[in-house]
Design a protein around this ligand. Sequence first.
Ligand code: SF4
Ligand code: SF4
Length: 443
Amino acid sequence: MGENSERPWHITLTDNRIMKFLLTNKYVQPTVHVIMVGIFFLAIWEGLTGPQDPGSNFGAVAFFELWWIPVMLFSLVLIGRIWCYFCPMGAIVRFTQRFGLKRHFPMFANTKTTVLGISISVVSITAITFILARMPMYNLGMVFDPQLISYFFLISTILAVGVSLVYQRQAFCRYVCPASGVMTVTSRLSPFELRQEAETGVQCATLEYKSEYLSSDRRCVSCMNCTTEQPDEDVGLRARWPGAAAIRQRIPLPDEAILIIVLWAVFPIDHVLSDHIVTVTNAEAFIPGDWVDIYAYFASLLLAFAGYLTATAVGSWWSGIDWEESFTWLAYAYLPWAVLFMLGNHGIPGFLESGGAALNVFFTTFGIPITLSESLVSESTIAVWNSFNATLLPWIGVIWGLGIVWFAFRRFNFSKRTIVRSLLPHAVLLVATTAWVVVEVLW
Ligand code: SF4
Ligand code: SF4
C-alpha cells in the first residue's frame, strides 16, 4: 500500500507477474474449480461412507471446520465475496447452465412487491434460503451428523443444477444460494476490495448492475470474465475503513436490510431467545421432539423482526425520516454485531480449539500424515480470546454499527438531532439485547 501517491490505500496487484497470471489467465480459475469440485464430492462421499464421528470424518471436517467456519467467515470479513472465486457450487452452476434453457430469471428491478410499506424483490429469496439452510445445522443437529451433512450438500447441488438448467447467468448464485445474500451485505464491512482499475466494457456475467469491471463487493460472483477477457486492465487491492462501503453505497436495498436482520436474529438473538420461548410458551407440552427447536427458531426470527420494526416505526415517526428509508438504512446498525458474534463465538474459538485436529484429518485423507495437536494455541490464549469475546467485542460491534448509520445519514445532510431521533430506539434495542446475550451466552 502507499506505492501510488494519488491512491494511498491501494496496490495494483497485476503489476506483479505472478498475480497478473493468477488473476487474468483464463485457465487458472477452471483449474482451481476442478480441484474444488473434486474435494467437494470427496467430502460428500466420505460423509456418507466414512466414520460417523464428526471430529474424524473428512466430510464433516471439510464442510464445517475448514470451510464454513474459518474460510467462509474470513473471506467474508476480509475481502468481500472472494469465496465465490473458489466455490465448487459456483463451478457446477457455470458448467451446468451451458446445457440449460437459458431463460431470464425475473429481474428484481421489474418485480417488486410491497409488504408493510417496504418494497421487496427477488433478492429477498436469499434471505429465505439462508433461514432454511441454517435451520437444520444446529436445530436438527446436522453439524454433528456427517451423513446429514452430505445429504444437505447433495440436495443443495441438485437444486443448483435444477435452477441452472432453466435460468441463465448464474441465477442460482444471484437469487438462491444461501451464502450469496449474506456475502453481499457482509462485504460492505470488509477492509479490502479486489477491483479492476477501469471499466472494461465486458458485460458482467450476472448482468445485474450492468457493471463492467471486477469488484469483490456488490453481487459479483467472481467469475473473472471481466479480468480474463481484458487481461491488460489492472486489478488492484484497495483498503478502506471497515464499513465505509456500507456508508457510501448508492443503491441500498430493503432486501439487504431484511438479510441483515435475519443474521442478527439467527445468530445472537436466537441464542438467547429460543430457550425462553420454549419455557414461556410451554412448547414441549404440545410440540413433539425436534419440532420444538424448529418452532423456537422461527419464533425467535419473528420476535427479532417485530423488535426491529417497532424500533424503526418509533424512530421514523420521531425523526420524520421516511419509513422505507429508515428500514433500509438502520439495519446496518445490527450488521457488525451479528458478524462479530459469528466470528467471536463460533469461528475463531472453534478453529483455535480444534483446528489442528481438523487439519490432521484433512491432510491425512490425501496421504499427507500430519500430527498437529488438536488445539492450535494454548489454553491460556483461548481463555484470553474468550474474555475479549465476552467483554469488548460485542460493544465494538454495537458502536461500529451505530457509527455506520450515523455517518451514512450525515452524508444525506440530516441534522444531528434528526439522526439521534431515528437512531435512539435502535440503540436502546441493540444495547439491551447485546447486554442480554453477553450475560446469558458469553459470560
Ligand atoms: S453465490 Fe453461492 S454458489 Fe455461487 S459462487 Fe458464490 S458461494 Fe458459490
Ligand atoms: S463479470 Fe466481473 S463483475 Fe461480473 S460477476 Fe464476473 S467477475 Fe464479477
